[in-house]
Write a protein that binds this ligand. Sequence first.
Ligand code: FHN
Length: 455
Amino acid sequence: MKKNPFLNTILPLFIGFLVMGLVMYSSQNKQSTPSIKETQDQHDQRMAWWRDARFGLFIHWGLYAIPAGEWKEETNHAEWILTTAQIPVKEYEKFAEKFNPVKFNAEEWVRTAKNAGMRYIVITSKHHDGFCLFGSELTEYDVVDATPFKRDILKELSDECHKQGIKICFYHSIMDWHHPDYLPRREWESRSAEGAKFDRYVKYMKGQVKELVTNYGKIGVLWFDGEWEDTWNKQRGAELYHYVRSLQPSIIINNRVGKGREGMSGTYDPETAVGDFGTPEQEIPDTGLGYDWETCMTMNDHWGYNKHDDNWKSKKELIQKLVDIVSKGGNFLLNVGPTAEGLFPQPCIERLRAMGKWMDVNGESIYGTTASLFPDLEWGRSTTKSEKIFLHIFEWPENRILEVPGLKHKAKSAYLLENPGTSLNIKYRETGAEIELPEEAPDPYVSVIALELNK
Ligand code: FHN
């Protein structure tokens, strides 16, 4: 029987193309990851360790530690040096050949954080420069493939965190100055954007995020950043939030995954924007925010290592900032920028040691506490925990009388947290209470009084 050319060639081809088109359409418009719903109780359970922790270590580390802030005659650069010194990507990539932090010791880093009283570590898995501190299957531009060091830093650090019982968390930048599909380009660079497909970059980024939350065990927080450019939007943020939660349902994600953050204040509307906590940066809000929040801050003026930056905050300042933040119901994420050799700068070690010494004595007034019950206290701050009120005295009153306006709670005992054997006398007044203090403040930075309340 004579073959019908239509039935035997054209129709099958047409059907083939039709099926292929449908498959491609559905994959491009695949339903985003379904939103993960949780009750308030489930949310509170998920946030519990983070709210209890109150204090964490931020680590900004990468190729930028090699120039250490210097470029030609300039000395004020840091993790933004590719952009602030307008270094072409091909030139910046050469830093990778020199990245060999032979003094990096994960056990030492984790122990230093723990001894400082920190309960979690957030380290840059990839900053804006696109360089990965982990071995990624999706790029060669990472510490395993591109450097003489060849070791997976995040693997060593996460293993050590799991071993020492401290949460490991990753900072991951949405903005990527290296990947050819990331847009927009820097306006000064000559690298063509021809052929760049932002959707293909998002696929790459989601692939790396999947590597981070599946290859390194239980992760505490995914700390996104670099979300402010117009190519990123609310829908992509929501999709990424739910995608990450689908991979590790108990993970916590900051509000920089989406577009809800209001600048450096880090505030947002948790009802309408994705993210589990607000992220004030280099600032402490005047009051609590009515939702979970964490202030991130440098110890000097740079996130990444700058060998010339000696503008270190004092031990007293850092301890008082921790207390101020926690008294307003927030967490403190304090940053270290390690050197290219893999060491914490000595001034950081000294400050972390002093904070740890203070936390050894006074940690009970920080961990698992909630915000102060009192409005402004001229002499210091306060935190609360079930049947206790803690009073943090920054300025020891010369007359040895501590006035606590608004204190109505009857305390069955009042004592110096440093010496629970002390018993301080409280007189209740119309407007509050007065506590008689010993002559000398027990702590050079912040002395704490505990009030044990009647049940
Ligand atoms: O551009 C980054 C900066 O380098 C640093 O990582 C801080 C830390 O949160 N975040 C961005 C600036 O808001």
